[in-house]
Design a protein around this ligand. Structure first.
Ligand SMILES: *Cc1c(COP(=O)(O)O)cnc(C)c1O
Length: 422
């Protein structure tokens, strides 16, 4: 199947007489005829459903669709994108371990790595997304277990050189984990460039309608854990909490994602509700139609902003003036995403006044859904900071983050124009 067909059809194939639309299995539990049969499920001897925290047919169908879209061997849905990134890392890291991460990542993920994982004894060294191979390699330590980055970073819109990061990761015997939220598999499939694990906040384009917070981890099945067995004992030695199962021996290419489900999800929770998975599936059915429209609208808006005399600067990786243009064209030849940032000539107050005058484009703490929206970090997420502190934090006081929706682009531009004039 091609991507477009997968968006609509992958993951769920009804048998004779069954519901055509993926049903919501709104059930915590599943019934069996014999106690022995149920026991075999608990021993992971047979696959089947017994409790929704571990597996649910609705969730599995949606996970299978996303795995197909990314070209992976398996996937696991989580309750949020934050949970997905936490589990993706915690599945192979424990106290005393170390991670190398791009510094240009989503603020929530930065806090996860920089604050919360440190409390659990897992240290992170941050490198610039623009770092050379040598600079990335220099951050590695003997206890490093993963390299992490975002295909397109939120909100700075830097593009990760996936091939370069994958090369350095593999030279050090660790997987590259890529958060592919902004690009989506429609625009980029990181596994094709050497990434080993992909994560998403499905809350953004995959859902696409701002209905449902959710996340997913996808396993390429390509990383050879047994080749680096000493580094990944959780996968390559017996799991005492599962009758001594060794995930790599029993599940081969599915070792990583099986451990994430049967150990982390079992112990930590954070499951996606089946009802939410159903909603995400509806979003996925049109992802291949929405993404090209987000990208073409965004490029038109970015070019308009760049030519506007009231605009000081525009940051969008598909503009030829962007320093990420070449990387964006390499990894996302059909377009990157609908998110950009720009600054108006004038003060912080001018930026606020501009935003207050927008009519079609709404002010929300969200990005990447069908409706165009804006956020002004200086007056919202970072409002406690002075102009000087903002610059130190890498957020220009005039920075406006714009997420371009799938409305008619003329209407989006007309709204920007009237608000600037006002
Ligand atoms: C939003 C976002 C997250 C966090 O996802 P939630 O679903 O809000 O928990 C992680 N990574 C990126 C790139 C995001 O944009």
């Amino acid at each position: 199947m091609k991507k477009e067909t997968m968006c609509v059809q992958a993951g769920y194939t009804p048998r004779n007489g069954e519901a055509r639309i993926l049903p919501i299995y709104q059930s915590t539990t599943f019934k069996y005829d014999s106690s022995e049969q149920m026991g075999r499920l608990f021993d992971l001897e047979e696959s089947g459903y017994f409790y929704t925290r571990l597996q649910n047919p609705t969730n599995d169908a949606v996970a299978a669709k996303i795995a197909a879209l990314e070209g992976g061997v398996g996937a696991m849905l989580t309750s949020s994108g934050q949970a997905a990134n936490f589990y993706a890392l915690f599945n192979i890291c424990e106290a005393g371990d170390h991670i190398v991460s791009s510094a240009q990542i989503y603020g929530g993920t930065f806090n996860l790595l920089n604050v919360t994982l440190r409390k659990l004894g897992i240290e992170t060294t941050f490198v610039s997304v623009d770092a050379s191979e040598e600079e990335i390699a220099a951050a590695f330590k003997p206890n490093t277990k993963a390299l992490f980055g975002e295909t397109i970073s939120n909100p700075s819109i830097n593009v990760l050189d996936i091939e370069k990061f994958a090369k350095v990761a593999h030279e050090h015997g660790v997987p590259l984990i890529v958060d592919n939220t902004f690009a989506t598999p429609i625009n980029c499939r990181p596994f094709e460039w050497g990434a080993d694990i992909v994560t998403h906040s499905t809350t953004k384009y995959m859902d696409g309608h701002a209905m449902t917070v959710g996340g997913v981890i996808v396993d390429s099945g390509n990383f050879d854990w047994t080749k680096h067995a000493d580094r990944f004992p959780g996968l390559t030695t017996p799991d005492e909490s599962y009758h001594g199962i060794t995930y790599t021996e029993k599940f081969g290419r599915l070792a990583y994602i099986t451990k994430a489900t049967s150990q982390l999800m079992r112990d930590l929770g954070s499951i996606q509700s089946p009802h939410n998975a159903f909603l995400i599936n509806i979003g996925l059915e049109t992802l291949h139609l929405r993404m090209p429209r987000h990208c073409s609208n965004a490029l038109t808006v970015a070019k308009w902003l760049e030519c506007n005399e009231k605009v000081a600067w525009v940051n969008y990786c598909d503009l030829p003036s962007s320093k990420y243009y070449e990387l964006s064209k390499k990894y996302m030849p059909n377009g990157s995403c609908g998110v950009m940032s720009f600054g108006l000539k004038g003060t912080r107050e001018d930026a606020e006044r501009f935003m207050d005058n927008l009519k079609l484009i709404s002010i929300v703490t969200h990005v990447a859904d069908a409706r165009s929206c804006v956020l002004h970090p200086a007056s919202h997420t970072h409002r406690q900071l002075t102009d000087e502190q903002l610059v130190e934090a890498g957020v220009a006081p005039d920075l406006i983050r714009l997420s371009v929706g799938i409305e008619n682009v003329d209407d989006i531009i007309a709204d920007l124009d009237q608000a600037m004039n006002a």
